[in-house]
Design a protein around this ligand. Structure first.
Ligand code: AMP
Length: 209
């Protein structure tokens, strides 16, 4: 049973690796970004409140985010947090709730992040994701799964990506030191394109190999 945090810039592939790790060690990924996107898609009160922050690539205020996360992980004995915490106050709030076993920090250069994020396309109908270079659909702008139209999410457009990277460096990167000082940090090089290798490295670090 593990309580893990995956730290790293947007687009580094944390979500993909978290899903693969879950298949092996049964630690379900919890993504605050996904929870927020769901709330937006369902046009809940929360969804309407956070849309502006999400679309522009800014952070949703700590209080909203911390409450959502606390509710979500209540009673869970294992999880992989993907995209939380993103600020020092969020990390401090988490410390009061649970004892984290390990923090895996995924590293990749900015140019790679920009290329990965700006090439992503999502199906309007079934939410399947593609990439114009790395995972192109068979027919341009058409979903392989359901034939739906592909579009570029607001927060994957160039201005929002730049903003997300600025926010990451200013507000989230300090968490690397925060967890290093607690002796919980492991680092994984996520700059390559071979997902299997990144996954294996992450799993070895989680297992303390
Ligand atoms: P993600 O899918 O993790 O890249 O998150 C997408 C967006 O959701 C971010 O750009 C933020 O607007 C919002 N978000 C997700 N997680 C957090 C968090 N821990 N704190 C504040 N905002 C968040």
């Amino acid at each position: 049973m593990s309580k893990l945090i995956f730290l790293g810039p947007p687009g580094v592939g944390k979500g993909t690796i978290a899903r693969k790790v879950d298949e092996v060690i049964s630690s379900p990924p919890v993504s605050t970004g996904e929870l927020f996107r769901e709330a937006m898609a369902n046009k809940t009160e929360l969804g309407l409140k956070i849309k502006g922050y999400m679309d522009s690539g800014s952070l949703v205020p700590d209080e909203i985010t911390i409450n959502l996360l606390k509710e979500k992980i209540h009673g869970m004995s294992s999880f992989i947090l993907d995209g939380f915490p993103r600020t020092i106050p969020q990390a401090e709030a988490l410390d009061k709730e649970v004892s984290v076993d390990k923090v895996i920090s995924f590293d990749a250069p900015d140019e790679m992040i920009i290329k990965r994020l700006s090439g992503r396309r999502t199906c309007r109908n079934c939410d399947a994701t593609f990439h114009i270079d790395f995972l192109p659909p068979k027919v341009e702008n058409v979903c392989d799964e359901c034939g739906g139209e592909l579009y570029q999410r607001e927060d994957q457009k160039p201005d929002a990506i730049k903003q997300r990277l600025v926010v990451y460096k200013e507000q989230t990167e300090p968490l690397v030191n925060y967890y290093k000082e607690k002796g919980l940090l492991e680092t994984v090089d996520a700059s390559g394109t071979n997902v299997e290798n990144i996954f294996k490295d992450a799993l070895a670090k989680i297992r303390g190999e």
